[in-house]
Ligand binder design. Structure first.
Ligand SMILES: NC(=O)c1ccc[n+]([C@@H]2O[C@H](COP(=O)([O-])OP(=O)(O)OC[C@H]3O[C@@H](n4cnc5c(N)ncnc54)[C@H](OP(=O)(O)O)[C@@H]3O)[C@@H](O)[C@H]2O)c1
Length: 120
């Protein structure tokens, strides 16, 4: 199985390169070879990798700059994960993405109060 790992140079990506290695052939990329702010770049990399699984370890992590670069932060953290999997058709790759931990995401990810009940 071929696994496309985006963000190989980051903390998570570096560790994932080692952790995923036993599972298949890793095609590891990073900026600027794959620019998550640029959908054309993403599609080129995904199509070129011909991977069965896409793992996204890349993210806009410069939290202090995010308010002055909202469009770039949004493109990388909110839009790019969708573009990474959009080329998938019936035979396209499965995917996994890390969860950005910016403050706005943290606010959204609070547990809901939806009631749950045990399964019968
Ligand atoms: N580290 C943790 O303990 C941890 C725990 C839980 C969740 N996470 C989440 O995992 C994700 C990655 O965290 P990290 O700690 O590994 O961050 P990191 O060390 O800052 O790595 C981010 C990676 O994303 C790449 N990147 C940035 N902009 C890019 C772009 N436009 N196109 C392609 N790649 C780009 C960076 O490349 P350059 O270096 O070339 O910019 C770098 O390789 C984040 O969403 C974070 O919230 C991390």
């Amino acid at each position: 199985m071929r696994i496309l790992l985006v963000g190989k140079g980051g903390q998570v990506g570096f560790e994932l390169q080692r952790a995923l290695a036993p599972l298949g052939e890793i095609v590891a990329v990073d900026y600027p070879d794959c620019d998550l702010a640029d959908p054309v770049s993403i599609r080129r990399v995904v199509e070129g990798a011909r991977a069965g699984v896409v793992v996204n370890a890349a993210a806009y992590t410069a939290v202090d700059r995010a308010e002055s670069e909202p469009e770039r932060a949004r493109a990388i953290n909110a839009v790019a994960p969708g573009v990474l999997v959009r080329p998938r058709a019936a035979s396209g790759p499965a995917s996994s993405t890390t969860r950005p931990t910016t403050s706005s995401t943290a606010r959204r990810s609070r547990p809901t109060r939806k009631a749950t009940a045990p399964l019968p």
